[in-house]
Design a protein around this ligand. Sequence first.
Ligand code: NDP
Length: 240
Amino acid sequence: MGRVAIVTGGTRGIGEAISMALRDEGMTVAANYAGNDERAREFTERTGIKAYKWDVSDYDACQQGVKQIEAELGPVDVLVNNAGITRDTTMKRMDHQKWQEVIDTNLGGCFNMAKAVFEGMQSRGYGRIVNIGSINGQAGQYGQVNYAAAKSGIHGFTKALAQEGARNGVTVNAIAPGYIDTDMVAAVPEEVLGKIIAKIPVNRLGKASEIARGVTFLVGEEAGFVTGSTLSINGGQHMY
Ligand code: NDP
């Protein structure tokens, strides 16, 4: 029987590519999203993947959402924590709300979702969790203290949880994408984007499918020895 996978923020951008790639691997995929019903409906019609709406920053909603998916599709074997937002501005202009929303969604969402599936994975002796970090969590970025802190936190979260899952067949890894051609990057002003691309050795933005390729590797049955790692997929923009 195919594995059951949840992809948060799985109806658009990188998440959409991940949902489709996991479906193509034979998994039964549940794609979560926050509020864009129009895009979710169009996604489901086009891909046949069912979409589930809840806010990953809401702890109870995550427990509820996972319960519903388990009742409909069966126990969750794969979790991809992809949902993320930006609220970019300099420290001077960053109010507490912009800080908190990004921390609660990008980092809190990983905890809320992992909490809902981790024990089940451990007790069944199999699980794959992939958390989508960012190059800006590795290197920092002007105007993103909130986002860089949350994404950097994801990398620590990944390494700590990997140690807890290791003995029970549950791997936990992260991917740190560079700049990928999605709605999120389309929001960056054109002149800033030009400067960013000039710094990418591969000389272009990445594609969402190139991140999905990394996810399919990390969630593969044969990837059981890969845990606690961060896979950088960034066109050579940041190497360490
Ligand atoms: P998009 O803005 O294109 O899509 C974001 C997705 O996340 C949407 O499906 C959105 O749902 C969902 N989402 C947002 N907030 C929540 C929430 N609170 N609860 C549930 N779902 C939510 O983002 P990208 O595809 O560009 O980015 C995906 C991930 O990759 C993010 O974590 C991002 O930080 C990371 N990343 C992206 C990079 C890039 O260059 N694009 C670079 C590095 C990392 P809805 O459609 O309902 O709004």
